[in-house]
Write a protein that binds this ligand. Structure first.
Ligand code: GLC
Length: 577
């Protein structure tokens, strides 16, 4: 690749005027120490909905794009109201003209963008004529199974795309509907689930005769394996913050019902019990990886989402009444959780060497090998995989068990929530660069690495024919993860990494009809059982593009480092190398 394709223009400064922050700046401008000033970036409010660019915005966009393609004059930007979107959705005849985004690309938009918007709008689900979510996949060739439902986790990238495009109504409706569903009694056989559990998905049934709509939710009672989604509640809180940040509308989060909804979710995970660790103990298959894959225990994806949800709730909870006590509990947990994760989940070559030399059977407070990990249990592959430069949060840590696998979502969400220190975030980015072929491959990007095969696959997955090596959750490649990679790259000050991955996606994703996942060591083959027109593959691409174009969107999904949570000691000096 020619160097300048990935380089960024000269930094400019941020100006504060009486009208607020003027965006005359290069959003990727470096701070004094050469790092991107994420604090400033997070404070910039994304572009408000308006009918035309201001001169300042025009120059911003021209500047951002100047290193990428030749600038062109600004376009007239049209305001699309959500009511119009709904119109577009309901009447196909006008879909093609209205069903495109507000056009604010300072450089020639990729033809895939229009395709993606059209597909995303087709996936919108309505309830009593209001948009409430997006269907998981609209593949006409496959049996829909439960892909005709609105999944909470799948809706997140759709929601972000709509928010970034100035269409918050569908997000608000979704948040309120999910809240309603949370309050219904949830039973599996004779057992009742905790009050705070949010559904994995819901389905809307339209009765054309009676002209009624009904909503049916699944809290795990119909899901394969019957596992409740631990991630749904966390995503709900994270999305509530994204909505509030993006719209500036605090009335939704301030509503008594939303405050209660947050408290119910947190009650489930902050309850005192038998835990000796601040991490959250989970069953296999309780998150995006929703089948048996050996992630039971303390999976990284859940720990990162838990951390982010706690920090989001902290910013949304009112310090009155019960809220006050919750805020104190949140603070305590955040402190313990960040210490535990940064200390015990972090792996780089220095730490691997420490583990390799661990003594075992240590007793009492002076133990170094606290969880009694037996060095013989370290898998061979990790010694070759881990570069001298770079590190990551491993998949799981529990007594005598370290799962050294890489899980992309947990690591990127750790960067976005600032669970990762800035040094750790840089090290994760270094790893991405050093291990591009393994972690990104041809079609970004691997959900986990490496694949389990043979005997290990039989024992760990229970012979799952969907999770065979290099497929689906077993090191398959999921385009949806592109949005998280992009957001994490921008936050870590390495947008060029995301740009490279996006370019790879653009060679195939739309031609391949937006598959759910790809198979193979390099992610070269459309997944064996992958749905086509998978909504989060579509929305993930859009979010990645919009965020790279206007990095101030990062503010809705990224959290700045909390200085109070800076670790006092680190075990490895390689982070700063
Ligand atoms: C698969 C994924 C899950 C996703 C669902 C709907 O089951 O593993 O994470 O929510 O499909 O797309």
């Amino acid at each position: 690749m020619p160097f300048d394709m990935y380089s960024f223009p000269r930094p400019l400064t941020l100006e504060t005027t009486s009208e607020g922050l003027k965006r005359t700046t290069d959003p990727y401008a470096s701070g004094d120490n050469g790092s991107i000033d994420f604090g400033k970036l997070m404070d910039i409010k994304p572009r408000p909905i308006q009918t035309q660019y201001s001169l300042d915005e025009r120059s911003l966009n021209d500047i951002i794009s100047s290193g990428l393609s030749s600038p062109r004059p600004p376009r007239q930007m049209e305001t699309v109201k959500s009511s119009e979107c709904l119109e577009a959705l309901l009447s196909p005849s006008i879909r093609s003209s209205v069903g495109t985004p507000r056009e604010h690309h300072a450089f020639e938009p990729h033809p895939m963008i229009a395709d993606a918007w059209e597909a995303l709008r087709k996936s919108v689900v309505t309830f009593r004529s209001k948009p409430v979510g997006t269907i998981a996949a609209l593949d006409p060739t496959e049996d829909s199974l439960n892909y005709n439902q609105v999944f909470v986790r799948d809706f997140v990238p759709s929601a972000l795309a709509f928010l970034m495009n100035g269409e918050p109504e569908i997000v608000k409706n979704f948040l309120l509907k999910a809240l309603r569903l949370q309050s219904i009694e949830k039973r599996i056989d004779c057992f009742t689930l905790g009050e705070g559990v949010m559904p994995a998905s819901f389905k809307v049934l339209h009765d054309p005769v009676r002209k009624t709509d009904t909503m049916i939710a699944d809290f795990g009672e119909s899901a394969i394996g019957r596992v409740a989604p631990v991630d749904s509640g966390f995503w709900w809180i994270i999305l509530l913050r994204a909505y509030t940040k993006s719209t500036g509308d605090h009335t939704l989060a301030d509503m008594a019902d939303c405050q209660r909804g947050m408290r119910l979710i947190l009650t489930l995970c902050l309850a005192d019990g038998f835990d000796t660790f601040p991490t959250l103990l989970c069953a296999d298959g309780c998150c995006m990886v929703d089948r048996r894959m050996g992630i039971y225990g303390y999976p990284i994806e859940i720990q990162s989402l838990f951390f982010m949800a706690l920090r989001s709730a902290k910013s949304l909870m009112k310090p009155e009444g019960e809220g006050k006590e919750f805020l104190e509990r949140i603070d305590k947990r955040l402190h313990a959780l960040s210490f535990h994760m940064r200390e015990y989940f972090w792996l780089d070559h220095v730490q691997l060497n420490n583990i390799y030399r661990f003594k075992t059977e240590e007793y009492s407070h002076t133990a170094v090998n606290k969880f009694n990990v037996i060095p013989d249990s370290i898998p061979d592959w990790i010694f070759d995989f881990l570069p001298l430069k770079g590190g990551f949060f491993i998949g799981n840590v529990s007594p005598a068990r370290m799962d050294f696998r890489w899980f992309a979502i947990g690591n990127f969400m750790a960067i976005l929530s600032s669970l990762a220190t800035s040094e750790q975030a840089s090290a994760i980015m270094d790893l991405m660069e050093e291990r591009w072929e393994e972690l990104v491959g041809d079609m970004p990007l691997k959900v986990s690495y490496p694949a389990m095969e043979g005997h290990e696959w039989r024992i760990v997955t229970g012979c799952d024919p969907k999770n065979t090596r290099w497929s689906y959750h077993n090191a398959g490649s999921w385009p949806v993860i592109l949005w998280m990679l992009t957001a994490a790259c921008i936050k870590a000050g390495r947008p060029q990494i995301a740009r490279r991955a996006i370019e790879q996606v653009e060679t195939r994703l739309s031609k391949d009809q937006w598959p759910e996942y790809y198979d193979g060591k390099l992610g070269r083959y459309v997944g064996k059982q992958a749905r086509k027109f998978q909504t989060w593959s579509i929305a993930g691409y859009l979010v990645a593009k919009m965020m790279l174009e206007d990095p101030s969107h990062l503010g809705m999904i990224g959290l700045e480092e909390d200085r109070k949570m800076k670790p006092q000691l680190t075990r490895s000096a390689s982070w700063t190398a």
